[in-house]
Design a protein around this ligand. Structure first.
Ligand code: ATP
Ligand code: MG
Length: 199
């Protein structure tokens, strides 16, 4: 095939593709808040959520973030995005660090009280519930109450939930679900958690 034939075929294929994409974009006209769930064992769940925080802030939206589980208060995301978003770090660390179930439950409920307030307030256009899945997995929170608050949040409010092993009911309720695969992680090659990449 000559180069000219190849170019002509490419142009025709791209025209068909463009018609297809344009039709799909034209068909998607609804505007409403979406529930995004970012789960799986690979790296990139929380950082993806914080990318959406940056996007929403760029559009002048009010943003609330609740970080469950995390005990670090020295993260780059909080230092930077916390200047513009309402930011709460409510965790005492991973359960294998605290080793105290009663304390974990009390902490989880403290965090959930803040989250529930945001989920009832239409002024928050984006709410990030970072590592919420663990609180459901370990039954630190009442799953029905959490799902109910998510389902009945303000119509235009977006919510992003992160954490491994998202329960089936949460995935069912969500509009967008991404499962990030752990293909490789530098930690397993002996690389420590480093600022800018890991926190
Ligand atoms: P990130 O915050 O980097 O987007 P994440 O939210 O997808 O990561 P978490 O399970 O919340 O993943 O883990 C948070 C911390 O653990 C980060 O420092 C991250 O680099 C690290 N981490 C994430 N996935 C893995 C993995 N598969 N193996 C080892 N460490 C990981
Ligand atoms: Mg995370």
């Amino acid at each position: 095939m000559s180069q000219a034939d190849r170019n002509a075929r490419h142009t025709a294929r791209m025209a068909r593709k463009k018609a297809h994409v344009d039709a799909a974009i034209a068909a998607a006209q609804e505007e409403r808040g979406v529930l995004v769930v970012l789960t799986g064992n690979g790296k990139g769940k929380s950082t993806s959520a914080f990318g959406m925080v940056a996007r929403a802030l760029g559009h002048g939206m009010k943003v609330g973030v609740v970080q469950f589980i995390k005990s670090r208060t020295d993260t780059g995301e909080e230092a930077f995005l916390g200047k513009f978003a309402e930011w709460h770090v409510t965790g005492d660390g991973f359960t294998w660090d605290t080793q105290n179930r009663a304390q974990d439950i009390a902490t989880a409920r403290r965090g959930w009280t803040i989250a529930a307030r945001m989920l009832a307030d239409p002024a928050y256009r984006l709410v990030v519930l970072d590592e919420l899945t663990y609180l459901l997995t370990y039954a630190y929170l009442d799953a029905d109450a959490v799902l109910d608050a998510l389902a009945h949040r303000p119509a235009m409010q977006h919510v992003v939930v992160t954490g491994r092993a998202a329960p089936a009911a949460l995935i069912e309720l969500a509009d967008t679900v991404s499962v990030i695969t752990d293909e490789k992680h530098a930690f397993r090659a002996g690389v420590k958690a480093q600022p800018g990449i890991d926190f």
